[in-house]
Design a protein around this ligand. Sequence first.
Ligand SMILES: C[S@@+](CC[C@H](N)C(=O)[O-])C[C@H]1O[C@@H](n2cnc3c(N)ncnc32)[C@H](O)[C@@H]1O
Length: 357
Amino acid sequence: MKERIIQYLACPDCSSDLELISHSQVEPHGHILSGDLICRECNNSFPIINGVPFFKKELIDTEVDKNRNNFADEWNYFTANMDIKNEALAKGELDSYFNPFVNYSDLENKIVLDGGCGGGRLIYIVSKHSKAKEIFGIDLSNAVFTAFKHTKDKDNVTIIQADIYKPPFKKNTFDFIYSVGVLHHLPNPKGGFSSLVRFLKPDGDILSWVYGKEGNFLYIKFADPIRQFITSRLPFKINLYLSWLITLVVWLIIFILYVPANFILKEKTASKILPFNKYFMFFRERGFADFWRTIFDKMVPTISYYISEGEFKDWFTTNNLNYKTFFRNGHSWLGIGKKEPMPIHHSKKQNNKVISL
Ligand SMILES: C[S@@+](CC[C@H](N)C(=O)[O-])C[C@H]1O[C@@H](n2cnc3c(N)ncnc32)[C@H](O)[C@@H]1O
């Protein structure tokens, strides 16, 4: 982290300002590699470890801790290198979330938050393709070290280890928050969404993508219990090989069945008869390696919720956001919500008191 970003931070417990103490080692890009951020109000102390401030290091609960360890393994392995291929895949994926609603040029001079940045593949793309003023990425897992490695040379990026339920920021900080594939892995997804909204400026936008209940009936009924009771409990290496085998089998089915069906019948008809048709055709374009990472990503979380259209819309209405939603690839929900602009106060002096109308 760089010293200038302290102005955006606040104690996650009491919202007071933080102070940087005993910092040493500033690396060539200007990041402080070690030190402590302290809150004088409640005596909290948050360490900076290898350039990343840690706000939620302690254990939370068995399921959440296993969840974050599994995600750390995933991102530290699959996004270890941000090579040209991974970059193109990340850009293509982020475009598919942003495209219906947001252009990179809209982010010029904006303060942006990636809520659940994993290994930093998407924040890397936002930094490269936008002219955002500051971009913060928070994640609960140790994948933050990979995210830091990929972004430390980007002057406007800060990676922070923190919990979405208690982000270490001042209220009303962000012009734009995005959270892609994260909230459905929280014990209370709506609570996570509402927590992020608190840090949005008036007139700011929040974009979220989550697994849908719609379009996933077969998956939820037959495959998801296997994740819940078996694969999320297996060691990393076993899941790595198992997911590779599953990917291979499904990949063969895609090429033997789905590709010819889409060629002969066209996508609309094929989607009516073949489950997950849009989803599989999307990954056919992206290639085996990305499909493997996605299958692995489906197998390892201890917590995964499938959100219905009604539930998803309720997140936005409960938080008084003007919103639009979009059913993506026939199985997931993408939505963007705007916070009300700051009300214009026409003040009128009356008996020496200022009254806001
Ligand atoms: C499926 S990954 C998505 C990562 C990233 N958005 C991407 O698409 O590359 C979900 C991420 O959410 C993070 N996560 C889960 N619970 C969290 C929480 N309470 N606060 C912050 N991050 C959390 C996990 O550690 C994991 O990196």
